[in-house]
Design a protein around this ligand. Structure first.
Ligand code: NAD
Length: 507
């Protein structure tokens, strides 16, 4: 962290977006790096409690009007926002690549998935329709409607700086809430551009605010009674503590955490196409995806040997370099600290007895020697007790575990503390059905390596990958961002109500 006095004049600073306008950086800042070059891109402001308070005030003030804005008018603004996101896609992706490091194509993919949520939110008039029961009793009608909660907050991780915020704010705002986003301090710029575009689309001031910062900004949001609900996505220890703190403060919370996603390859699977699909799932975005496959369970030793041979060939052919070069398959990691942590895990894996059959530690990218690059790594002979198996490494490190049969493979997945996603590669329908029916995770793929649900479904994991009851986006988002209210109404035909009755009313 840099104090104000360390801010160099030639390094741009990144502030906040509050009340419909940009707010200049003030106070403490933190460096935002270009992971491909290792240079400091900019300095992001770390909001203190008074800046967070301004954002909450602004969102609180905007709520009554936004709540009463008809859903079809909200949808019109969302349609326009969607158009602007498409028009500015190049600029948004350039920001993602400059601060996160992922390859531009991959950034376009993440933006596209975020835009799909905006498209789903455009149907808000239909999604918010309540339910009506005529003649619930003599002259009595009953109906329920979905009312917005108020001011809600979203706290998001570095790995999808456009998509994960869009899992939250378009749906929350479509439902009539006002929103405060606290993006990752490691890649904060894309959130600010999205806020500008939403304003340009006609969103009233204060409905969407972006506050940059770290733990202090998050704490200020969690402590404030004016925040009704919190959506969090990030690592499991932080997700768990945010869930506890925010629920203790009476807020509705969904907190999505880390993962260790397994892929099972059955002996009847097509090895080449299975491994090819898993290459993208394991090494795309440098393994920094919550749905990344980090464990491959091979059923049978012969199969494992063939799978490893093909992985080795494919890993050796990976093109790794700056994300601005579209020929590259994989960009750098987010930070030097992430690289150091991943290298420590690889050393632990070797010390614990796993065989490192592809070693990306020595990778140097010409002209980008200071970038946070690491090559693809592959471990064979991994067992359940090893730290490389138990922990989320969040890098391009794939562990191969050998199992004798499907039951053993599924047991591994079911015993793991995380339960985000899992997939199986097989040609047998019965095997696939047993797997999808019984596996203890939230999102399952059959011959699909990254089973990320489309915008009209909902996304979430089981076990310690999600704290809370409702998933993000899709139908669960409507439930999460609204209160159900049920009315029972009597209009007697003669205008006279019945006298007192002391038994419980029934129809
Ligand atoms: P992180 O937990 O370090 O940070 C997430 C957010 O929490 C950031 O906005 C950060 O500023 C804030 N934060 C960090 N420390 C905090 C603290 N002590 N108190 C309050 N707030 C704090 O996560 P990250 O490194 O940015 O992202 C990677 C993690 O996110 C991985 O574990 C990955 O699996 C997870 N993730 C999960 C999903 C999912 O859907 N389950 C999706 C994307 C990422």
């Amino acid at each position: 962290m840099n104090s104000e006095s360390n801010v160099k004049e030639d390094i741009p600073s990144i502030g906040h977006f509050i009340g419909g306008q940009g707010v200049a950086a003030n106070g403490a800042t933190q460096a935002v790096f270009n992971p491909a070059t290792g240079e400091i891109n900019s300095l992001v402001s770390l909001a203190d409690a008074s800046t967070v308070d301004k954002a909450i005030q602004s969102a609180h003030k905007a709520f009554p009007n936004w709540r009463n804005t008809p859903p079809q008018k909200r949808a019109k603004i969302l349609f326009k926002f969607r158009e602007l996101l498409e028009q500015h896609a190049d600029a948004l992706c350039a920001l993602i690549t400059a601060e996160h490091g992922k390859v531009l194509d991959d950034a376009r993919g993440e933006l596209g998935r975020g835009i799909e949520v905006v498209e789903y939110a455009c149907g808000i008039s239909e999604l918010l329709k309540g339910e009506f029961s005529k003649n619930a009793g003599p002259g009595v009608d009953s109906w329920s409607e979905l009312q917005p909660l108020g001011v809600v907050a979203g706290i998001t991780p570095f790995n999808f700086p456009a998509m994960v915020p869009m899992w939250m704010f378009p749906m929350a705002i479509a439902c009539g809430n006002t929103f405060i986003l606290k993006p990752s301090e490691r890649d904060p710029s894309v959130a600010l551009l999205m806020a500008e575009l939403f304003r340009e689309a006609g969103l009233p001031a204060g409905v969407f605010n972006v506050v940059n910062g770290d733990k202090s900004a998050v704490d200020a949001l969690l402590l404030d009674a004016r925040i009704s609900a919190v959506s969090f996505v990030g690592s499991t220890p932080i997700a768990e503590s945010i869930y506890k703190q925010a629920t203790d403060n009476g807020k509705r919370v969904q907190a999505l955490g880390g993962a260790k996603n397994h892929a099972v390859i059955m002996p009847d699977a097509d090895i080449e196409s299975s491994v090819d699909a898993l290459m993208g799932a394991a090494y795309g975005s440098c393994g920094e995806r919550c749905m990344a496959v980090s464990v491959v369970v091979c059923v049978g030793n012969d199969l494992a040997d063939k799978v490893i041979a093909r992985f080795k060939t494919k890993i050796a052919a990976l093109k790794i370099g700056p994300g601005t070069d579209l020929n590259n398959d994989m960009g750098p990691l987010i930070s030097q600290a992430a690289k150091d942590r991943i290298i420590r895990y690889i050393e632990q894996g070797i010390a614990e007895g796993a065989q490192l059959v592809a070693d990306g530690r020595g990778l140097v990218v010409a002209d980008y020697e200071n970038g946070f690059f690491i090559g693809g790594c592959l471990f064979d002979g991994v067992t359940e007790s090893m730290s490389i198996y138990r922990d989320e490494i969040f890098g391009p490190v794939l562990c191969v575990v050998r199992a004798q049969n499907l039951e053993e493979a599924m047991g591994l997945i079911d015993r793991h503390e995380f339960g985000n996603g899992a997939c199986i590669f097989t040609r047998d329908g019965e095997t696939a059905r047993v797997f999808t029916d019984n596996i203890q995770v939230g999102m399952v793929g059959v011959n699909v390596a990254l089973p990320v649900p489309i915008a009209s479904q909902s996304f979430g994991g089981w076990k310690r990958s999600l704290f809370g009851d409702l998933y993000v986006y899709g139908p669960d988002a409507i439930r999460f961002y609204t209160h159900r209210k049920t009315m029972t109404q009597r209009w007697p035909s003669n205008g006279v109500l019945e006298g007192a009755s002391y038994s419980f009313p029934n129809s």
